[in-house]
Design a protein around this ligand. Structure first.
Ligand SMILES: *[C@@H]1O[C@H](CO)[C@@H](O)[C@H](O)[C@H]1NC(C)=O
Ligand SMILES: *[C@@H]1O[C@H](CO)[C@@H](O)[C@H](O)[C@H]1NC(C)=O
Ligand SMILES: *[C@@H]1O[C@H](CO)[C@@H](O)[C@H](O)[C@H]1NC(C)=O
Ligand SMILES: *[C@@H]1O[C@H](CO)[C@@H](O)[C@H](O)[C@H]1NC(C)=O
Ligand SMILES: *[C@@H]1O[C@H](CO)[C@@H](O)[C@H](O)[C@H]1NC(C)=O
Ligand SMILES: *[C@@H]1O[C@H](CO)[C@@H](O)[C@H](O)[C@H]1NC(C)=O
Length: 826
């Protein structure tokens, strides 16, 4: 009895589901070159030969082909194809004008007369190019989303003159559901903040590049409301240990104004990745990051992120930040308020971003300061990346520097409601911030450097740093008026931009005394990067070393945060390794650069400026001056090293992927051995002339550190060296170099050499290159040679005492204390 009820019930459910299923007003499914109908996943693809007179086809010469050796494990849909030797087209009557999905299936095969694998052709839809000079050498499905504003859709296939051959295996043309894209400006994430992409998305031609079911399994057309395929995210996760799969068995609570089943199926919203907080303390913060190669440089991409918070136990627990290509896209996102206070309610966000030089779209989610739960979390359920075709970055038009918070894809009247909620949030945060700054004791200006001492942003450690600072007034002398910087950079002339980073843009400039400088300007008015700014001033003002980029001065007027450095003529080491612009460096030059950089880092770790951990050693942070002398740059992430009884510093993971010490990540413990690990990656980068992470390479090659280490362990390192070094390196020199890099990449910090040992070894590598008889030197006591006594000049370095600081540490300490008390007293 009970079972029968259950059967009836599930039958009823089934009927409800079916009746609610989406039926597109236009729905053409064509099995090209076939005389029979083929049913795939409950959908009937009509053989285009069975249509009377092939009414769909117009003009041109076309041949229907059957694969003589069709593999039994591939879809029967692909056993036939239609080939074209001249321009030809399919025409579809459109019942309902609007956004349509067009899927073109290509499954090339060789028949008696034609080899579809060497076809080469272009495809357009109503005259708009979809594919050009396209060579479908292997099985591929292309999906396009476009507006059809005529009563007919003509899909044309035009063979290139060389190949004279085009083909297609199957075609799907069907109407998109209502509100698949909501018109109106879309958020456009750019390096200096956020602009509006003022074009309506629905009037763009989009090509689907990635469709990912984050935290879930592969979903096939059979499982999907719009017959889409969703792939798992695992292969795109940058650091798998950062993420943890979350899933629910409860169906999502769809809300009006949120996502619908057609936007993404239940299964996408019922799985997610969340932060892997299993083995970490609550203060430990990091991002989950995915890299999605999009294959095209400098192309605009529409990114759609899917969310459903079934992870939180109550409303408004989860606040998180979303970044794309290291730019903030959404700050303090609160799904609860966006989904009208219903938990586990699906929601999606659309934004536009440029794929940039890397051709990769990076998505990160990370915790927000507003989180109220004990452990800060962040989630992501799904990702779609669609390339905006025929749209160059230069066309984006109006630059409306609006202060977006969130506008994503809210529909109609809900915009107003949403705005009210957000306005409330903003006011609340404003008040919170004001209260906070009152506590710290605001002096009217946005920030004063001396607040480093009394402020809470850097905590106990920075206080210690500050107390040990040889001369606090030292940095007042480094202040540069904003007007002088404007003059030096021709008022931040765009043509003088020489770089950009998390902090902001870097300009080349010339100060009044004809001194060439690099001017690093934080995003004006934004307080992002403030801790880095403070750290960099504190750290850099204390040190002068031949192999460290020195700080010329800084400016903090008019809500500006600007750092001014000595200008290092030849730019980053990276650009000389595999940039297209420069002649390749010789092995000797490369060794000297590594030795110089090692000296700089060694000085940071052990020099008289007190132990400093760089935290972001990479080839873009090693600069070369006019004589190729290496200078280590970017101390923005630096932290003071272990002190007395401590052996490590506990801190949020920062640094760059590919260079990140695995132990640092695992145990959240920062030691100077973390820099040694990163430097080991740089050594391999110098030897192999390829990036530390190259997501476009095969899986085992993506991470240079892991890949090169394998070759080194096999004793075959010479096989992967920069081809331009072939014949230049003496075997003994290469051997020692490989061993040194290998030791740096040891899994555990304790097994890695100190920077002093690395330096010593590299000097030997150089000697082995010059003269092969120095092997016996190896046994010399390293520590005695390389670790300079406090205050002593490390070999090769120059040390400039800051004027007037000598022996005044007692005085400066009390000055610091009085500053601290003044601030607290206010
Ligand atoms: C294929 O399906 C179409 C539409 O349902 C129908 O008109 C046609 O007769 C079918 N062809 C064959 C060979 O069954
Ligand atoms: C396709 O044809 C174009 C134009 O003739 C040519 O530039 C391109 O290299 C061809 N592609 C392939 C893969 O043969
Ligand atoms: C965007 O779409 C809206 C409504 O569909 C229309 O009023 C507006 O003119 C369009 N904007 C652009 C830039 O095409
Ligand atoms: C998706 O559909 C396949 C059948 O094609 C089925 O085996 C699988 O379990 C389904 N997956 C989900 C997550 O529903
Ligand atoms: C957490 O730590 C335990 C014991 O150290 C280990 O067995 C487990 O795999 C770790 N969990 C994760 C998710 O890393
Ligand atoms: C997350 O990534 C962004 C962009 O790369 C970065 O600015 C931010 O500091 C990261 N957050 C954490 C907690 O590491």
């Amino acid at each position: 009895m009970a079972r029968r009820v259950l059967v009836l019930l599930s039958f009823a459910l089934c009927v409800i589901r079916l009746s609610a299923a989406f039926t597109p007003p236009d729905n053409y499914l064509i099995d090209c070159g076939s005389s029979t109908n083929t049913t795939i996943d409950n959908r009937v693809f009509i053989g285009d030969l069975s249509i009377p007179g092939s009414a769909l086809l117009s003009e041109g010469k076309s041949i229907s082909l059957t694969n003589p050796t069709h593999p039994s494990n591939s879809s029967p849909l692909y056993s036939t194809a239609r080939a074209f030797t001249t321009a030809s087209s399919y025409k579809f009557n459109i019942n309902k004008i609007g956004t349509h999905l067009v899927r073109l299936h290509f499954f090339p095969f060789t028949s008696q007369k034609y080899d579809l694998k060497v076809s080469n052709f272009s495809v357009s839809a109503n005259g708009v190019s979809l594919l050009s000079n396209f060579a479908a050498g292997f099985s591929v499905l292309k999906e396009f989303i476009l507006m059809v504003d005529k009563v007919e859709l003509e899909i044309s296939f035009v063979p290139t003159p060389d190949s004279n051959l085009a083909f297609v295996s199957a075609i799907e043309v069907f109407s998109a559901p209502k509100n698949f894209f909501v018109d109106g400006p879309t958020k456009f994430i750019v390096p200096n903040g956020v602009e509006e992409f003022t074009q309506n998305i629905s009037s763009q031609v989009l090509e689907t590049v990635h469709r990912i079911n984050v935290g879930g399994q592969k979903l096939t057309p059979f499982n999907d409301t719009l017959w889409r395929t969703w792939l798992p995210d695992e292969d795109f996760l940058v650091l798998k240990s950062a993420a943890k799969i979350a899933s629910t068995t409860h169906l999502p609570n769809y809300q009006e104004g949120g996502a619908t089943r057609e936007i993404a199926p239940d299964n996408v919203y019922m799985t997610a990745q969340e932060m892997n907080l299993d083995n970490v303390t609550s203060i430990f913060e990091f991002n989950i990051t995915w890299n999605f190669p999009v294959g095209r440089e400098d192309a605009l991409q529409l990114v759609r992120l899917h969310f459903c918070d079934f992870v939180s136990l109550s409303l408004n627990q989860l606040y998180f930040n979303i970044y794309t290509n290291e730019l903030i896209a959404y700050k303090d996102l609160d799904l609860s308020s966006l989904t009208f206070h219903v938990l586990a309610s699906p929601y999606y966000l659309d934004f536009v971003v440029d794929s940039g030089r890397s051709g990769v779209i990076q998505i990160s989610v990370g915790p927000s300061d507003l989180s109220t739960s004990l452990k800060k979390n962040a989630i992501l359920n799904g990702v779609e990346i669609m390339s905006i075709k025929n749209f160059m970055a230069s066309q984006t038009g109006t630059k409306t520097e609006s202060r977006w918070i969130l506008l994503g894809s809210v529909i109609g009247g809900f915009v107003v409601l949403c705005f009210l909620v957000l306005a409330g949030l903003v006011v609340y945060r404003q008040q919170k911030r004001e209260a906070k700054s009152k506590r710290v004791g605001s002096t009217g200006t946005d920030w004063t450097p001396l607040r480093v001492y009394g402020g809470s942003s850097l905590g106990v450690l920075s206080e210690r740093t500050a107390l040990a600072s040889p001369c606090p007034n030292g940095y007042l002398g480094l202040k540069i008026p904003f007007a002088d910087i404007q003059l030096a950079t021709n008022n931040f002339d765009k043509t003088l931009i020489i770089g950009s980073g998390g902090f902001g843009l870097v300009y080349k400039g010339i100060l009044g005394d004809n001194k060439k400088v690099a001017v690093k300007r934080g995003v004006p008015g934004s307080r992002q990067g403030l801790p880095e700014f403070q750290t960099e001033i504190t750290v850099l003002s204390k040190i002068r070393h031949l192999h460290l980029v020195s700080l010329v001065g800084y400016c903090e007027e008019q809500s500006e945060m600007i750092l001014v450095y000595e200008y290092v003529e030849k730019g980053t080491l990276k650009s000389h390794l595999y940039g297209p612009r420069f002649t390749p460096l010789s092995w000797r030059q490369r060794l000297e650069i590594c030795i110089g950089a090692a000296r700089g880092i060694h000085y940071l770790h052990t020099g008289s400026a007190q132990g400093i951990i760089h935290r972001d050693i990479k080839s873009t942070n090693i600069l070369l001056d006019e004589s190729y002398v290496a200078k280590v740059a970017d101390f923005g992430l630096s932290r003071s090293g272990p002190c007395l009884d401590e052996t490590h510093v506990s801190t949020g993971v920062k640094g760059s992927f590919g260079y990140l010490d695995p132990e640092y990540f695992r145990r959240q413990q920062l030691t100077d051995k973390s820099d040694v690990y990163s430097f080991g990656v740089v050594l391999f980068e110098v030897l192999c002339a390829r990036p530390a992470v190259d997501p476009l390479l095969s899986r085992e090659q993506v991470n240079l550190g892991e890949w090169a280490l394998e070759w080194q362990k096999k004793g075959l390192l010479e096989q992967i060296i920069d081809p331009r070094l072939r014949g230049q390196i003496r075997p003994a020199s290469l051997k020692k170099f490989g061993e040194t890099a290998e030791k740096c990449l040891a899994d555990y910090g304790v097994d890695r050499p100190t920077m002093g040992d690395v330096l010593w070894n590299l000097e030997q590598v150089l000697q082995l290159q010059e003269n092969e008889t120095v092997e016996s030197l190896e046994t010399v006591d390293v520590a005695a040679v390389e670790h300079p006594a406090p205050g002593q000049v490390p070999s090769g370095g120059t040390w400039v005492e800051r004027d007037g600081c000598d022996g005044a540490s007692n005085i400066s300490t009390s000055r610091v204390f009085s500053q601290l008390m003044t601030n607290e007293g206010r």
